[in-house]
Write a protein that binds this ligand. Structure first.
Ligand SMILES: Cc1ncc(COP(=O)(O)O)c(C=O)c1O
Length: 386
């Protein structure tokens, strides 16, 4: 049976170029060793960093390799805490619909550092992000850090990071520095952006979300935006992240960044396929709602609420028929509770448990979508009839 993978926000399969790069890889060595093998390995790391920097439009010194999105997010947030306390900028703004690597980290920080106060910006599934709340909080508190994602992994909604930077500039005293961190893990390969234009101080990226390997990522830190390292030890990454580099995965990620060039027509193609799927679902199944469909969304993501069809039951039935979809963030799978992100967006327990996330990829075809919708219709009919 051919499987149809429609869970690309959870992970992606390594591209052909990535598979070839790791199969052919021969430059083994510890990049910190000074002999020839070590120097060859180091040159691979530097080359990957130069390639990534060029594509992101930043300087190589503004990038550090990490193990992925979770570590990048933790590094920024945990690495800034002492500085925020010492400067008296002890207020942080974030939201409850962030990925757990941001949300749980902030919860932990608030418990461990009583001086820190976290304000959670409301994001409603009908109205989107509450920029007024953000503005008022910035106006009335010494805010040292704003951490808000660029695109939500569950709904695909895109937030206006440039506007957030504008509001920070408008309301922050010249004498205070308010850092802007964005978890941009879901953006690569799904939307164009200009990191300098967004005005972020820090941005987190993960390789396995754009057809490279799991267990590697990159953290952007704008020049002059220092932070204490999360992992201390050797002097790798100029002391920002200790530990022998994940050489082969970094090399593959560097190559894969090149695949992000000239993606515009591909992204349009995916978007029209996603829209075609949503139209087909809405015309074949009654009592269906697509979240954030009237706002800016990632081209590949569809969060579908299907009344009287439990998400887990849908997922298991579709799985048996050869379709991989999700009911929410993959990290919460195995947990019978509906996604806390969807609850934070204001969905009732019932609505959140009747959700299905479909995320298309670069190789998804119209045949995949036709077949998926056909099976979804049958499964919903079956579940509703029981
Ligand atoms: C928005 C977002 N941030 C962070 C992460 C974590 O990335 P990683 O799996 O590389 O730790 C994910 C992965 O699901 C994500 O979707």
């Amino acid at each position: 049976m051919k499987r149809v993978f429609l869970d690309h926000n959870a992970t992606t399969f390594p591209s052909k170029d990535v598979v070839k790069a790791i199969t052919d890889f021969k430059d083994w060595g510890n990049p910190s060793s000074i002999h020839s093998s070590g120097r060859r390995a180091r040159s691979k790391i530097l080359q990957a960093k130069r390639e990534i920097a060029k594509i992101l439009g930043v300087s190589p010194g503004e990038l550090s390799f990490t193990s992925g999105g979770s570590e990048s997010n933790n590094s920024v947030i945990r690495g800034l805490v002492n500085r925020l306390i010492s400067k008296g900028s002890t207020h942080i703004i974030s939201s409850r619909s962030e990925h757990p690597s941001v949300y749980k980290t902030l919860t932990h920080i608030q418990e461990s550092f009583p001086d820190i106060k976290v304000h959670y910006c409301p994001i409603d599934y009908k109205k989107g992000l509450d920029y007024n709340f953000l503005e008022e909080t910035l106006k009335n508190n010494p805010v040292g850090l704003v951490s808000l994602m660029a695109a939500n992994n569950e709904t695909g909604e895109i937030y206006d990071i440039k506007k957030i930077r504008f509001l920070i500039e408008k309301h922050t005293l010249k004498s205070r520095r308010t850092y802007l961190h964005s978890d941009m893990v879901q953006t690569l390969g799904k939307m164009p952006f200009d990191i300098k234009d967004l005005g972020v101080d820090f941005a987190s990226f993960s390789a396995h979300k754009f057809y490279a390997l799991q267990g590697v990522g990159v953290l952007y830190h704008k020049k002059g935006s220092g932070f204490e390292p999360l992992i201390t030890g050797g002097g790798q990454e100029r002391g920002r992240r200790a530990g022998t580099e994940n050489l082969m995965a970094i090399h593959a990620m560097g190559l894969q960044f090149n695949a992000l060039k000239n993606l515009d027509s591909k992204l349009k193609e995916i978007e029209s396929l996603r829209d075609y799927m949503e139209t087909k679902i809405k015309s074949s199944i009654d009592r269906v709602m697509i979240l954030a469909s009237d706002r800016k969304r990632l081209c590949n993501t569809s969060l579908i609420l299907i009344d009287s069809a439990h998400g887990e039951t849908l997922l298991m039935n579709l799985d048996l028929m050869g379709f991989d979809v999700s009911t929410g963030a993959a990290c919460s799978s195995g947990n019978p509770e509906p996604s806390p992100v969807l609850r934070a967006l204001g969905l009732s327990l019932k609505e959140a448990s009747e959700s299905l996330r479909v995320s298309l990829g670069w190789s998804t075809t119209k045949e995949d979508i036709d077949s998926f919708v056909e099976h979804l219709v049958k499964v919903v009919e079956k579940i509703r009839s029981i």
